[in-house]
Write a protein that binds this ligand. Structure first.
Ligand SMILES: [Zn+2]
Length: 94
């Protein structure tokens, strides 16, 4: 088994289906391969962090800005542009 194989199937490994032959091979590879050990531990860390956060935390001001931007964009889309485009004869391109 190569490192690529481990990377490809590491999700299965994380699902704790330890009895499967592939998972056993992954475990054997992990025991011998520091690269994959490091990869797996960082992956697990990422997943742990991801699960620890209940929902994406966006700073309040960024949140406000985001909604402002969205409302501007949607209001632009909702109401047709009444004034003429600056360049004559052409409409606004998206
Ligand atoms: Zn490896």
């Amino acid at each position: 088994m190569k490192c690529e194989d481990v990377y490809l199937h590491i999700c299965d490994h994380l699902d704790e289906d330890i009895s499967s032959p592939r998972c056993r091979m992954i475990r054997e590879h992990l025991d011998a391969c520091p690269n994959c050990q490091a990869y797996l531990s960082s992956l697990k860390k990422t997943i742990t962090l991801y699960k620890a956060i209940p929902e994406p935390s966006v700073p309040a001001h960024a949140h406000k800005e985001l909604f402002k931007t969205i409302s501007v964009l949607t209001s632009h889309r909702a109401t047709p542009v009444k004034r003429k485009a600056r360049s004559k004869g052409t409409t606004l391109r998206h």
